[in-house]
Design a protein around this ligand. Sequence first.
Ligand code: SF4
Ligand code: SF4
Length: 458
Amino acid sequence: MKTNIKGKFSFPGGTHPPQNKNLTSESPIQQGPAVKQVAIMLSQHIGAACKPTVKKADPVQAGQKIGDSDSFVSAPVHSPVNGKVKEISLQSHAVLGRSQAVVIEADAENNPPKESACDKFTSSFDAGKYSVEQICAAIRQAGLVGMGGAGFPTSVKIEPNPKLPKETLIINGCECEPYITCDYRIMLEWTHQIIAGVKIAKKVTGCQKVFIAIEDNKPQAIEAIRQALGNSGNDDIKVVPVKTKYPQGGERQLIKAVLNKTVRTGGIPPMIGVVVLNVATTAAIAEAVVCDKPLTHRVVTVTGEAIAKPGNYYTAIGTTIGELIEFCGGITQKAAKVIAGGPMMGIAVADLTTPITKTTGAITILTKQQIGDAKFTGRKTACIRCGRCVDVCPENLVPTAIAHAVKNNLMDVAKNYYLTACIECGCCSYVCPANIELTGYIKTGKILLAKQEKRMPA
Ligand code: SF4
Ligand code: SF4
């Protein structure tokens, strides 16, 4: 296997945290736990939350829609199991704190594990037989959202818009966040399914140019995709190795690296004719359109030195983080932090009853050593004005100034420093020698500003 692939393309700023992907990169995708109960969050995406379409005691089938919304920017949610609605109640939510969920008791006798759809796809897949209308409807009905973490409804992203025609489709196979390997395994094991999804996405968006961007620390994935594309004779879909640098997988950073184009601050990729889709989302598009299956399961990397059986698990959405950890042999040493996601962009979770959602790509369990003693003890000092946070910010922001403004509740000042342009990549906190939680302040600032501007309830 060729392993000396070097990416030529990158973006300004960013950093190189230790990758630590070797814990799970060789772990093939396995079945996750057979669950007794799931909690399906009614808000798993950017946009309007769903309203339940079932009520307490209703029987439900695996794949049945259990929540939906009339809003354009939204995505329905579905049951991953056969069972009965136990309750509709507030449950712990990794991002929102607490949020409404449909809790379903699984039928112990009638719940065979869901198999992935990857065997259904070959190199000869042809998207020609599906109409644009059919594809749009299937993606909306399946409740697809960006599975790389953003959670933006896919139906909105791909929707044809004559005022803003789409020219270029970038498939994001970077997976730049340390520790996480779910997308890497999907690229190796579900290769034809991803390519089928790319062909469908190309058709529905009308993009003439398609690039599959993969960081050069994943040469096997680059080769697997290239080989599969070669076999199916696709000259119009190109694989682009990009430099390994965090946050290369950020939508704006990827566009800069692949196309040398800049999405203006506050803008979105469609404004410059670009659509970016994550590889797992692309695989889900293929399953939704070809197999008529909604998004009820996803691959989750469970990783960190403190977990007994790190690996990549095909998991029912709604499974609790605690159940998944237990299924992976439990926590073997004193863990400092359980994170939904990876160490840079993930969110520390105190309540292990928090369920997996469509955007949970990983559960990372870090020890004190892995976090680093100074960060762990939280020994902060005053800003020494070294400027490192400014140097690494991929969005050209001044993180120290924004954090200072938020700390002093000067939201107008924070706004003037483009608080809302922060992509929450965590680079500034990572490099700060004073251990100031810059990203934490900025995240808090965004919430305070949203409340102040009445975009969020107070
Ligand atoms: S300010 Fe935001 S975008 Fe810039 S480095 Fe910090 S977290 Fe990343
Ligand atoms: S990296 Fe930390 S110490 Fe250096 S300027 Fe930024 S906030 Fe201050």
